[in-house]
Write a protein that binds this ligand. Structure first.
Ligand code: HEM
Length: 391
């Protein structure tokens, strides 16, 4: 294959947020479909319309061998995200009853209580410490605790969950062995839960419900349960933590937006959509061409890997006015942060609700805050803040 010269040898991992957004504008303007040499080589698709089209066309774009690029600590296909039709629909359907608005509503009192409790802890920490890491104290534990309740995992295990997430998601590009080891630990953990439930012990939450489900008239196999458990773990925890962390990062750097949302909390749902659009917790997901095809004039051959770059599509100037401006009052904000086709995020309503509740409690409880230091930020790791006007 003759590879065209890339505009940028694009990689969506490990970059500071401000730099990746500069890359996107360059790609959108001069080479909206291009090639990167990373991860064995892949095409990137950046225009919103092209991403939506690919999302809607599973006959051309397969999710095999996996949507994550590179894989996340396991080579096993994750259900339902790495499964193509017609099986995909069968497996996705089993999860639908657990994500209805009624089910999400049941979690709301717990979300309020946990968000308030953690926000109080941040406020107290500021009383003695000028600099507080709000990632460790707020953005990470909150979604992990909510998810544990939903999934039926012991809530107190959350620090272990967060370590696995770091090693699986963030260390995998630098240290695949570490990611693999964490993936093995997670598999062993979910296996124990499955065995526990199979042995007739009470098992609540999603895992408990899946143990009762059938597909094509047969119960789910242990491998299928494990695969669901693994995927939900990756899909449900860090996405929401990332979104929360980066929303706070933006608010820390923009006092005016912070004060507006504090004074008019009814604007927080629109602000959350704008943070999701512009900061895109999942920057990209992979597909494989099932047949030779052409995207925006670029030939892509059967078998080649492609990244649908949601983070770039969400800043496409053809769709959004002043796409790089983060305007917390923006309305009618249709974006790609949750994907857009048959694999569209099943947890989108849950994630949105979690974010709105978390930001509402945080802003109501913690006084004006700003970054402890002006440093490049990657969306991951610690988020060190201080109260505005502090030393
Ligand atoms: C802000 C938070 C979240 C974001 C930004 C997000 C984003 C995404 C994205 C981009 C996809 C792939 C869509 C595609 O390729 O078309 C996805 C799939 C998925 N997400 Fe989320 N997600 C979030 C929260 C959650 C939560 C809280 C859960 C569950 C606890 C969840 C469960 C899933 C599942 C099960 C899939 C696979 C759906 C399928 O293959 O049919 N997500 N998510």
């Amino acid at each position: 294959m003759s590879e065209p010269q890339p505009v940028v040898d694009f990689d969506f991992h490990g970059k500071a947020l401000d730099t990746i957004f500069d890359d996107y504008q360059l790609m959108l303007e001069s080479k909206p479909v291009g090639h990167s040499s990373k991860y064995g080589g892949f095409w990137y698709i950046t225009k919103s319309e092209d991403i939506f089209q690919a999302e809607q066309d599973p006959d051309t774009w397969s999710v095999a061998p996996g949507m994550m690029m590179p894989p996340m600590g396991t080579e096993m296909p994750l259900i339902p995200i790495d499964i193509d039709p017609p099986e995909h629909g069968l497996f996705r359907k089993l999860l639908l009853p657990m994500f209805t608005p009624m089910e999400i509503k049941k979690l709301e009192p717990g979300m309020h209580a946990t968000a308030q409790e953690l926000a109080e802890q941040v406020r107290t920490a500021f009383a003695t410490d000028p600099v507080v890491d709000v990632s460790t104290r707020f953005a990470r534990p909150y979604p992990t605790i909510i998810f544990s309740r939903l999934a039926g995992y012991p809530e107190d295990d959350w620090p272990m969950f967060d370590r696995w997430i770091d090693e699986i998601i963030y260390d995998r590009t630098k240290s695949p062995e570490k990611a693999q080891a964490a993936g093995d630990e997670l598999i062993a953990y979910v296996t124990r839960l499955v065995d526990h439930g199979r042995a007739g012990n009470a098992q609540g939450g999603i895992m408990g419900a899946l143990l009762q489900k059938t597909v094509n008239g047969r119960p789910l196999t242990d491998e299928e349960l494990l695969s669901y458990g693994y995927l939900l773990f990756l899909a449900g925890l860090d996405t929401t933590a990332w979104a929360l962390r980066s929303s706070l990062w933006y608010l820390a750097r923009n006092q005016e937006a912070q004060r507006l949302l504090r004074a008019e909390p009814e604007r927080i749902p629109d602000a959350v959509e704008e943070f999701l659009r512009t900061l895109s917790p999942v920057q990209a997901m992979a597909r494989t061409a099932k047949r030779d095809t052409v995207v925006r004039g670029q030939k892509i051959k059967a078998g080649e890997r492609v990244a649908l770059v949601f983070g770039a599509g969400n800043r496409d100037p053809e769709i959004y006015e002043n796409p790089d401006d983060i305007d917390v009052t923006r309305e009618n904000n249709r974006h790609l942060a949750f994907g857009g086709g048959i694999h569209r995020c099943l947890g989108s309503n849950l994630g949105r609700k979690e974010l709105v509740i978390a930001l509402t409690h945080f802003l109501a409880t913690v006084a004006d805050f700003e970054p402890a230091a002006e440093e490049p930020w990657h969306g991951v790791g610690s988020l060190r803040l201080r109260l505005s006007g502090g030393e």
